[in-house]
Ligand binder design. Structure first.
Ligand SMILES: Cc1ncc(COP(=O)(O)O)c(C=O)c1O
Length: 465
């Protein structure tokens, strides 16, 4: 047996016999090398081996941790909407009611807690802009958005090898407005659009409000968008646009890999379907490796990429964008007749923040905290929830998607509300109210006793639903 295998075997025994428990940190690489008298490379290899076996998990800059006993992933359910139909899900109204409440423990809200965001630095940027440039801050912004911010956004794309010109970026009020403007620009009532199943309820609401018909392509917990099915659907139907979240789909947290992304783009280009790419979670890769947006491979001008600062800096500033490519002029016209321009002060403040601070550093800290929260939540669920609970193990984003076979999660949602706990029942993520035994929880809340207690309570409530 090679040296690294011997070390891996010792560590494996400690894990399986309970000496090292789920969530605990393995000794550091240096400690392992010293205590077992092996080289650093051998210690690294041993940890990589445990990672491959699913027993340990690396967290950037923190070391290796023992993984919680991996729960079974939720079943991938084939989408049932094979022919175009209307969005018909009365539960969508309940989200609006819930978002208006500020008294809940916000496990329903896919946003990082304010404690994980650079509030002081952003406040300083807002004050600085008001002090030094009050006229620009209080005047109309250019309809396309302030150039200083568009430049900063273009630079972020350049850092991941995607060439974007500031001239093709249009600033919006969050990604939600970007998606809505793109849909309004591309479609007429009655047109068919493709969405993922499951998908973010805001996308379903936009589609319903514009009286569009939907087709659903499955998104699978372990591999993201089902590209073979997408090709079939495009062959059988005339689909004007596809609203897709390939990087850390909400609610699954699933990732569509690069090969599938390229195949998907080819299909859409062949069938003249414009992709509205919602890349709002692309920066939240817990491994630190940001996955590429679809735009990287777009050779035919078939992608409009939407992004936002909501999930990484401040949802309340309401600043997002779209990268319009050939569609930029048309998108700008649609934006102009609805909002003229976006609020000036938040744009200037974000440009100021991005110029002065290392966003990458903040993202590393944020992603580490999210991965940590998700890990602890998994453990709490494994200990306190019905044994049949299945859970996704996402690699990024803000959501934890659970399946509770036999449990009515709408009932669970209502009971939890009475206890002051917000949750998102699975039905919200389907155009027709499917996923009645699924639940989405946010992993954006830092771990503390209150959260621990709330998860225990939810587990007990789930046993009675
Ligand atoms: C997939 C997805 N797209 C868009 C949005 C809306 O984002 P914004 O606050 O930028 O409008 C959300 C918010 O949860 C989301 O999850």
């Amino acid at each position: 047996m090679l040296l690294y295998e011997q070390l891996a075997t010792q560590l494996r025994t400690q894990i399986t016999q309970g000496a090292l428990r789920a969530g605990e940190r393995l000794p550091s690489i240096r400690q392992l090398a010293r205590s077992h008298d092996v080289s650093i490379a051998t210690a690294v290899q041993a940890c990589l081996q445990l990672e491959r076996e699913g027993l340990a998990q690396a967290r950037p800059r923190s070391g290796y941790f023992v993984r919680a006993a991996a729960p079974l992933p939720p079943e991938a359910r084939p989408s049932r909407r094979r022919t175009p139909g209307n969005v018909s899900n009365p539960m969508l109204q309940d989200v609006l009611d819930m978002l208006a409440r500020s008294d809940l423990l916000p496990l329903h809200s896919a946003t990082p807690s304010p404690a994980l965001l650079p509030q002081a630095a952003l406040t300083a940027s807002l004050s600085r802009c008001l002090r030094h440039a009050p006229t620009a801050a209080l005047d109309y912004a250019p309809p396309q958005g302030h150039l200083a911010l568009r430049r900063q956004i273009a630079q972020r794309y350049a850092q991941v090898g995607v060439t974007v010109s500031p001239d093709e970026i249009v600033i919006t009020a969050g990604a939600m407005e970007a998606i809505s403007i793109a849909l309004r620009t591309l479609t007429q009532p009655g047109d068919v659009v493709l969405v993922e199943a499951p998908t973010y309820h805001g996308i379903l609401q936009a589609v319903a409000a514009l009286k569009l018909k939907v087709l659903e392509v499955p998104n699978l917990p372990d591999r993201g968008i089902d590209v073979a099915r997408l090709e079939q659907l495009l062959q059988q139907n005339k689909v004007r646009a596809a609203v897709l979240v390939p990087n850390f789909n909400n609610p699954l947290g699933s990732l569509t890999d690069d090969a599938a992304k390229q195949a998907l783009l080819k299909s859409c280009a062949r069938h003249k379907t414009v992709v509205i790419e919602d890349d709002i979670y692309g920066e939240l890769a817990w491994s630190g490796q940001r996955p590429s947006p679809l735009r990287r491979w777009d050779k035919h001008g078939s992608v409009i990429t939407c992004g936002s600062f909501s999930k990484i800096l401040a949802p309340g500033l309401r600043v997002g964008w779209m990268v319009g490519g050939d569609w930029t002029e048309a998108l700008l016209r649609t934006k102009y007749f609805s909002t003229v321009g976006s609020a000036s002060l938040p744009q200037l403040a974000l440009a100021d923040y991005l110029q002065r601070h290392d966003l990458q550093r903040h993202l590393r800290q944020l992603c580490r905290a999210l991965a940590d929260n998700a890990q602890r939540m998994h453990q709490a669920i494994a200990h306190n929830w019905p044994k049949s609970t299945r859970a996704c193990t996402p690699q990024g984003g803000l959501s934890l998607w659970l399946q509770l076979p036999g449990v009515n999660t709408q009932r669970l949602f209502e009971l939890a509300l009475r206890e002051g706990i917000g949750t998102s029942p699975g039905m919200l993520f389907s155009s027709r109210g499917d996923y009645g035994d699924c639940l989405r929880l946010s992993c954006g809340l830092p771990w503390n006793d209150k959260l621990d207690h709330a998860l225990r309570q939810l587990g007990q409530l789930a046993s009675h639903c």
